[in-house]
Write a protein of this length. Structure first.
Length: 322
């Protein structure tokens, strides 16, 4: 089969190589799955760079989120078991973590429902306890993680403010349903959020960016607000001033979704059931900005790493209609 493999760490576009390899053999508790669509996530770039919390042995195939077909014909979504990731014609998955692909979504959309939407649901509902009528601020609102949070916030009845970079991403955020969109490249984020909230600030802030975005969040979080930390796409991990959190009465909460797979897998299943219901009602629908063939995966991962894409980019092996 064909599979992209990383033989040394570095930038995705430089270190990913399309190889002809043997189809992997499942181990105990694993399934061999034909990849119907693989969604590109920022962690795929971090894996290539050797900067992710998990460092699979070289060479490995990235691709941490797929929609696939089992040998008995089931259409599923799963996180592949590295080093046999999703940017290949076949991947290995842990059978216990397989979830049914929602019928309301096509393969590329189903592949994109898993990590970003699970992260958004757990971050907004379980960690931040977002309530209808509250104001939700989403950084990088036009990106893969941010767009999921925007849709989930709207589905929960929140007023959503999206922060993006550039005019093209403003349009995407507006189409996603943001009530207010702020272009950080042309507007003062802090002043704009205060104006949009009458000086009160946002009740919940969803931050997959870190760096300057976190610093802005501390200036615009409301009394008893919650800042949800879900990643550091900026490459800068903030050092929060806890005295400031004390003075303003706000919470900083972390969300590492992967821990739920190990510590509370039943909650992941319940979340998937709720996401499936929301998809069936049309309340959420992953934004797939591009569908690229398997041969274009390395270039696509690099563009996601560079932050120039919107929504999700899906890799669709040739011959698959996704």
């Amino acid at each position: 089969m064909q599979a992209w493999r990383v033989h040394e760490n570095g930038e995705p576009g430089e270190v990913m190589r399309l190889d002809e390899v043997a189809t992997p053999t499942p181990g105990d508790g694993q399934l061999l799955v034909k990849v119907r669509a693989a969604n590109i996530n920022f962690p795929d770039a971090l894996l290539c760079r050797g900067q992710y919390q998990i460092r699979p042995p070289l060479p490995f195939t990235p691709g941490v989120e797929i929609c696939g077909e089992t040998e008995d014909g089931r259409r599923i979504i799963a996180n592949p078991a590295l080093p046999y990731g999703g940017f290949a014609e076949y991947a290995l998955v842990d059978e216990a973590a397989v979830l049914p692909a929602p019928e309301a979504l096509d393969d590329a959309e189903a592949a994109a429902l898993h990590i970003g939407y699970q992260t958004g649901w757990f971050g907004l509902h379980r960690r931040a306890q977002l309530q209808a009528g509250e104001t939700l601020l989403v950084h990088a609102a036009a990106g893969g993680v941010g767009s999921a949070a925007v849709q989930l916030g709207k589905a929960a009845g929140a007023r959503v403010i999206g922060v993006v970079g550039g005019a093209a991403k403003v349009r995407v955020a507006e189409e996603l349903g943001c009530d207010v969109v702020i272009d950080r490249r042309s507007a003062d984020v802090i002043a704009s959020v205060k104006e949009a909230t009458g000086g009160r600030g946002a009740d919940v802030i969803y931050d997959p960016v870190g760096g300057d975005a976190f610093a802005q969040s501390t200036k615009v979080v409301a009394f008893e607000g919650r800042i949800v930390i879900v990643g550091f796409a900026s490459g800068v991990v903030p050092t929060p001033g806890l005295n400031h959190a004390l003075i303003k009465n706000y919470s900083i909460v972390g969300l590492h979704w992967g821990l739920y797979n190990a510590k509370d897998p039943a909650a992941v299943v319940r979340c998937h059931e709720q996401l499936t219901e929301l998809a069936a009602k049309g309340s959420i629908k992953p934004l797939i900005s591009e569908r690229v063939p398997l041969s274009g995966a390395a270039d696509a991962v690099q563009r996601v790493a560079d932050g120039v894409t919107t929504g999700r980019v899906a890799v669709v092996p040739e011959g698959v209609q996704a």
